[in-house]
Design a protein around this ligand. Structure first.
Ligand code: 6R9
Length: 647
């Protein structure tokens, strides 16, 4: 199949888009001529209680490091997402909630959202939460997840949302790292017809998180849960006792809005910290420009609020723009493979934003489940989370969008807060598999291993040479780690961890992570996290984990495991280890392959040579490269021989 096709904007898009070719060029020109004016325009879309006078104060120089945007301005994120819309669109739907059960859905207006968020804010205050305190949110995809985030924002508390698929142990680690004293959870979650015991998970987590004083339990299924007296409270009972109005705290633009934990190449997950003004401005501006969002349109991002995509493009960006945002509790294949397209027809969704892994999984099932539905309401499709292979892109374009809908392939990260590289649907010629160009104001560089910038076409490591308002400001409690991780590899530049190619037209093609971060079904996972879960098992002596290409997940998890002396490998232990990792981290970390390894390939200084392990996992054993620096080259032959025995 030829992959060098390109798709210019359809005529109606080129004519009617918010950002057409002309507007795009004007923005680029404005940014080049007067960057402050451009950024003032970006941030000017927000309501500022005290307008900012300073736009930007940034230095990536480690001796004089700072990232500050709009710093003397004051605002409140929940006011920007709710209150300011009340006069014009109080009765408009803010959130469409679509339940796991197709018979269950709800519409929440901006007025209702205001009441609900105020109530939750008052409950938090009554339970002692103050400005600057951390609140951990461990909720399924129910409106209360958005209420909880916005309630924290309203009173100046810092939320830390933990994906409800994470294990009790992962939850405890994240609670402890930021010293949350209050956790908001639900009795149970419901996904794909199955119940998830969230409150029971919290109980287990709290055995290892002694600092938590209060747990608020939202009722989702009504199942009986054990409530610890003085610690656990049923949310609805609490909410019935407080007022449904709550004044909003005026926050500095650089005051923290939230922490979100994400995986890196080493160690435990990092608490990525985002601040109020810059983050919200960038989330809102990019949501409007990239998705061509117009008031009244129904917009659906399928991410979970536990990931950054849910933060920026289900909650903050859309609500700051007064949008109607759809929140889906379920999964794409329940109760049938047509579910997404049925939801689109049911709610007349115009903009649909999902991950390549979902597209590939549905593509495998053929066109019939799609063809059974209308999808006439769709105007625009989006992709995020991992590189999209051209086959999946073309299927999405032809089968789902019927050639009518442009696809925006949006590249960004938890750290970037919002989209940095993406087509603009009315201005950009699309190429399947390419995220195309940086947005106006985004300064990219590709560098070689020595940090030398590449000019023209070529492949290198993707860096940003200057800041943008949505950039993370620090790692919670570990600023040194922030500087070390992102700014020390290539001095003066933010290093993304991604490899990237630039073609002769100047379009960018992300090739994937160049570090030890896995991307499994669009979820970030550190190889070190899986390794440390494995070695925590009493029978395991050592483990090395690498990614390998996986048809649906993008990457699968391949584990080399060395057992302790006297332990016998076998299918029963293999299953036990897979279950163990699921329990330690969560189902997203389920290993795909366990290979028994009597020894691991190491350099003479004891470093595991992952390059070789990756090659073996990929099945590319003919190209193992130079193995002469290994302490014991025989180890490799042994692993290769065992690999061949695998079914
Ligand atoms: C938003 C999000 C970030 C990593 C990133 C990159 C990969 C995300 C992509 C993409 C190719 C895209 N990634 N979007 N790769 N094309 N459109 O996913 O954040 O979970 O932090 O992951 O995901 O490798 O570095 P996060």
């Amino acid at each position: 199949m030829s992959h060098d096709q390109s798709f210019p904007p359809p005529a109606a898009w080129a004519r009617d888009a918010l950002v057409d070719r002309r507007r795009y060029e004007d923005l680029v020109a404005l940014e080049a001529r007067d960057p402050d004016a451009f950024w003032r325009e970006v941030a000017g879309r927000l309501d500022w209680e005290t307008p900012f006078t300073k736009v930007k104060d940034v230095s990536f120089d480690l001796t004089d490091f700072r990232i500050r945007w709009f710093e003397d301005g004051r605002l409140n994120a929940s006011v920007n997402c709710i209150d300011r819309h009340l006069a014009a669109r109080g009765d408009q739907t803010a959130i469409i909630w679509e339940g796991d059960d197709p018979a269950a859905s709800r519409r929440i207006t901006y007025r209702e959202l205001h009441r609900q968020v105020c109530r939750m804010a008052n409950v938090l205050k009554r339970r002692g939460v103050r400005r600057g305190d951390r609140v951990t949110i461990y909720l399924p995809m129910i409106p209360e997840a958005a209420y909880a985030m916005l309630a924290c924002a309203r009173i100046g508390a810092i939320h830390s949302v933990v994906f409800a698929g994470f294990s009790p142990d992962s939850l405890a680690g994240r609670i402890n790292d930021c010293d949350s004293r209050l956790v908001i959870t639900a009795d149970e979650g419901v996904r794909g017809g199955k119940r998830v015991p969230l409150k029971a998970n919290v109980d287990e987590a709290l055995e290892h998180a002694p600092g938590v004083e209060t747990v608020l339990v939202v009722t989702r299924t009504g199942v009986a849960t054990s409530l610890k007296a003085g610690r656990d409270f049923v949310y609805e009972a609490e909410a019935a006792e407080v007022a449904d109005d709550c004044p909003a705290e005026a926050m500095g633009a650089e005051d923290p809005l939230f922490i979100l934990y994400t995986s890196g190449s080493t160690g435990r997950p990092k608490g990525v910290l985002h601040t109020t003004g810059g983050y919200l401005a960038w989330a809102a501006w990019t949501h409007e420009a990239v998705f061509d969002y117009r008031p009244g349109q129904v917009y659906w991002c399928t991410a979970d609020v536990g990931w950054v995509t849910g933060h920026s493009y289900i909650v903050y960006g859309p609500l700051a723009n007064g949008a109607t945002t759809l929140m889906f509790e379920g999964v794409p294949n329940y109760p049938s493979l047509s579910r997404c397209w049925q939801v689109i027809d049911k709610h007349q969704v115009e903009i649909f934003y999902t991950a390549p892994t979902a597209i590939r999984a549905l593509m495998r099932e053929g066109e019939a489940p799609v063809a059974r539905t209308s999808r006439r309401s769709l105007r625009l499709l989006g992709s995020v989370g991992e590189p999209i292979n051209p086959e999946a892109w073309l299927w999405y374009h032809r089968v789902v969008g019927e050639h009518r809908c442009p696809i925006v392939d949006t590249w960004w990260q938890t750290e970037t807060g919002g989209i940095l590289i993406s087509p603009l649907p009315g201005a950009t010629t699309l190429k399947p598999g390419s995220a195309t160009r940086p947005l106006p104001g985004v300064k990219l560089a590709l560098v070689d291993a020595d940090g030398r910038p590449l000019e023209g076409a070529g492949e290198g490591n993707l860096c940003l040479t200057d800041s943008w308002p949505g950039q993370m400001r620090t790692v919670w409690n570990d600023h040194e780690r922030f500087l070390q991780t992102y700014f020390s590899t290539y001095p003066g530049k933010y290093f993304t961890g991604d490899g990237c190619r630039r073609d002769a037209d100047g379009d960018y093609w992300i090739t994937g992570r160049v570090d030890d971060v896995l991307n499994v079904s669009g979820h970030r996972l550190g190889t070190a996290e899986v390794e440390s879960a494995l070695v925590a098992h009493p029978k395991v002596a050592e483990a090395a984990v690498v990614g390998f290409p996986h048809e649906v997940k993008g990457q699968g998890i391949y584990c080399y495991v060395t057992l302790k002396a006297g332990e016998q490998p076998g299918p029963a232990l293999e299953k036990a280890l897979v279950d163990w990792v699921r329990r330690e981290i969560g189902p997203i970390a389920t290993p795909d392959v366990i290979q028994w390894a009597p020894g691991l390939p190491k350099t003479r200084s004891g470093k595991i040579m992952r390059r070789i392990l990756r090659k073996i996992a990929e099945g590319d054993t003919a190209n193992l490269g130079d193995t002469s620096t290994l302490a014991d080259p025989g180890v490799v032959d042994d692993l290769v021989a065992r690999k061949r025995l695998e079914p």
